[in-house]
Structure formats: C-alpha cells, structure tokens
Design a protein around this ligand. Structure first.
Ligand code: CU1
Length: 370
C-alpha cells in the first residue's frame, strides 16, 4: 500500500523486498517513556545500567516551518523532527528496544518518514514509517549495536537530500549496558553531554545576490534543488543557525569536568576541533564497539555518520568548537563555544611577558653557548 501511495505522490521509494511485517506483537518487557529535549541538551539517562532490557517509548513530530538561520535574517523553509535542527538525541542501552511514534501533523504539506542508522532492517525503518499529513505511525526496533548513529528522513527520490538539507536529521546514542570504556577496558564517565548537529543549508539568491524567501517548501523546491546540485552550501551551521551555540548560547562546563560531545552530519564530511583542547577519547566512526582513539587534535565525521569525543576541560575560558575547515567555521557559520569556569593553571599555559615594544636582541647569543 505504501508503494502505491508513494507512486501516486510521484515519489520513488526504494524497492521493498520481502514481506512487510504485520503489526508488532507485544514484548514482555518493562516500558519507560523518554521525554526528548532540544539539542544541544540530552534527556536524562543512566550511563551504565544493571537493569534488564526495556522498551523505551518516545515521540517525534515532523515539522515544516520557516526559520531564520543567521544574524542577517536569512529565512529557510525548514523541515525538522520536533521543531529543532538537529532533531533530539535519543539515548538507550544495547538490547533495549526503541518504540517510536512518528507524527505528521495535518498542517504539513509532505510525506515524511525516518531511517535509523542504529536499526537493522530495510531502509532503517523508512518503509514502515512513511506517513502523510494527518497520520501517525509506530515503529519498534532493537538496539543491537553500540555507538552514536544518525537518523534522518528518507521519503524517496529528490525528497531525500532536500528533506535532510532542510533539517531532518538527528542522532541515537546506544550505550553499552555497562557504560563506555577506554581501550584498556577501564570505565569512562561524563559529567555533561552535548549534542551538536551540523547542517549544510542551500538558500537561493535573487538577481541582486540577495537571499530569496519563499512562502512554502514547495515554492522553494526547484531553486533549492538546483543550488544543492552545485554542492556549495550558503550556510554550514551547528544546531540550525549561525550562532546557535555561541555567545550567550555557549555550552557550559567547569574546569575538571568531563564532557561528551556528540557530533553528527547527515550529508557532508566535517572535522570537529576544540581550539585549545583535545579529544581525550574519540570514537570517530561513532562505534562504541571499537576502542577510542586518544589525544586527538581534530577528528573526522564522515557524511552520514556521527562521532563522539570525551574531553576533560583543564583551563577556564571560552573555547571555540569548530569545523576545522575554517572557511566553513568562520565564513559559513560552523562555530560553537564552550564557556568553561574555574581556576587557570599556569603550569599548562601562561603569558610569560605582556605585549610591549620590541626589545633589541643581544649581539652574541648566550643561549647557544656550550
Ligand atoms: Cu521529511
């Protein structure tokens, strides 16, 4: 039925092979509801658990709405999960089940669905979740693999890159039941966790070079697709707009605290870097099955994936967290801030002499004297 309906909409779905399962049977497991929160924040969760597997229930509502994506007031006909770009991070433990209710309000204009990279099954659940305005659907999948995994809308054909580039992606974190470990098997904990979703936006310009506005996503479609095909974004941003995580919106930490930073990009490659800090432990591909890399300066997030980095802040100050393609960071928007409070450690860094006039050098060098 889904295939026929999508054909009627002119949307080319990936072929559904095999039998589409009937409505799920109940599992005899405890249930728990997850109240999702907007990024960069993450809903309350245990880092390790001694309890048995559960069914975790949650709800995502697809939204089509106009948003402002920079300080110049550039407007985008965005699409999102729960109204935030990226969509909320969902945390569960290995062997838990996620039971998602996906909602497409009647006020929307298009079909939406969801592909969970963390899930196993055709289209990551995309075939089983395609819904039209005014519909909802429930999907359950088992978390067999540990790591951080992207989810995104995947309605078929041109709709796929368009919906993703309009904001429809997020992340699932599947933790090992006994928590994170370093390469030697020692437990790792975090005091805070933040989720940064990077997004490339493509806003068409008019004949005068000014960004255009549109009354609806459908009206923006042709111009936006033409621009997307050039693969040159007008904006590369963290959490939906230039400056979403800078200044008074900076992420907070204290000296001595360990912060887990989850970073996703559903389309393009990116390269996170903490200016003045490091990735103490980095799961670059996002898989917690593999030992983390240590002492990393810049890590690589492949388009269509997420990665996680653990860092203990050792000095106070404002740290820029960037996509270390500095053109994308500074010119296109991919910069965030961590504001870290605490005492400065002169042993790690100090200004030995304040700026002043250039002093003459000694004529004969004593430094090199043997
Ligand atoms: Cu969508």
């Amino acid at each position: 039925m889904i295939t026929r309906r999508t054909a009627m909409m002119g949307v080319a779905m990936a072929a559904v092979t095999g039998r589409v399962p009937a409505l799920a049977q109940d599992l005899d497991l405890p249930r728990q509801r997850i109240e999702l929160v907007a990024p960069p924040y993450v809903h309350a969760h245990e880092q390790a658990t001694s309890e048995g597997p559960k069914i975790l229930e949650t709800r995502l509502v697809t939204q089509e709405k106009e948003i402002v994506i920079d300080d110049e007031g550039t407007r985008l006909q965005s699409m999102s999960f729960n109204g935030s770009i990226p969509g909320p991070m969902i945390v569960l433990h290995q062997d838990d089940y996620l039971e998602l209710t996906l909602v497409n309000p009647a006020t929307n204009t298009m079909a939406h669905n969801i592909d969970f990279h963390a899930a196993t099954g055709a289209l990551g659940g995309g075939d089983l979740t395609l819904i039209y305005p005014g519909e909802q659907v429930a999907l359950r999948w088992k978390a067999t693999r540990v790591g951080v995994f992207v989810y995104h809308c995947i309605p078929g054909g041109d709709m796929i890159p368009w919906h993703i580039a309009s904001g429809m992606s997020g992340v699932v974190m599947v933790l090992p039941r006994d928590g994170l470990r370093d390469g030697a098997g020692r437990p790792l904990h975090y005091d805070r966790v933040y989720y940064i979703g990077e997004n490339d936006f493509y806003v068409p310009r008019d004949q005068n070079g000014q960004f255009k506005t549109y009354a609806s996503p459908a009206e923006a479609f042709v111009d936006t697709m033409a621009l997307m095909r050039k693969l040159t974004p007008t904006h590369v941003v963290f959490n939906g707009r230039v400056g979403a995580l800078t200044g008074k919106h900076a992420m907070i930490a204290k000296v001595g605290e360990t912060v887990l930073i989850v970073h996703s990009q559903a389309d393009r490659d990116t390269r996170p870097h903490i200016i003045g800090g490091h990735g103490d432990y980095v799961w670059e591909t996002g898989s917690f099955s593999d030992p983390p890399q240590t002492g990393v300066q810049t890590w690589f997030i492949r388009g269509g994936s997420a990665g996680a980095a653990l860092y203990k802040f050792l000095e106070p100050g404002v740290y820029s967290y960037v996509n270390h393609n500095m053109i994308e960071a500074v010119e296109l928007g991919a910069t965030a801030h961590f504001k870290v409070e605490g005492d400065w450690n002169n042993d790690l860094m100090m200004q030995v002499k304040a700026p002043g006039p250039i002093q003459p050098q000694p004529v004969s060098g004593v430094i090199n004297k043997l």
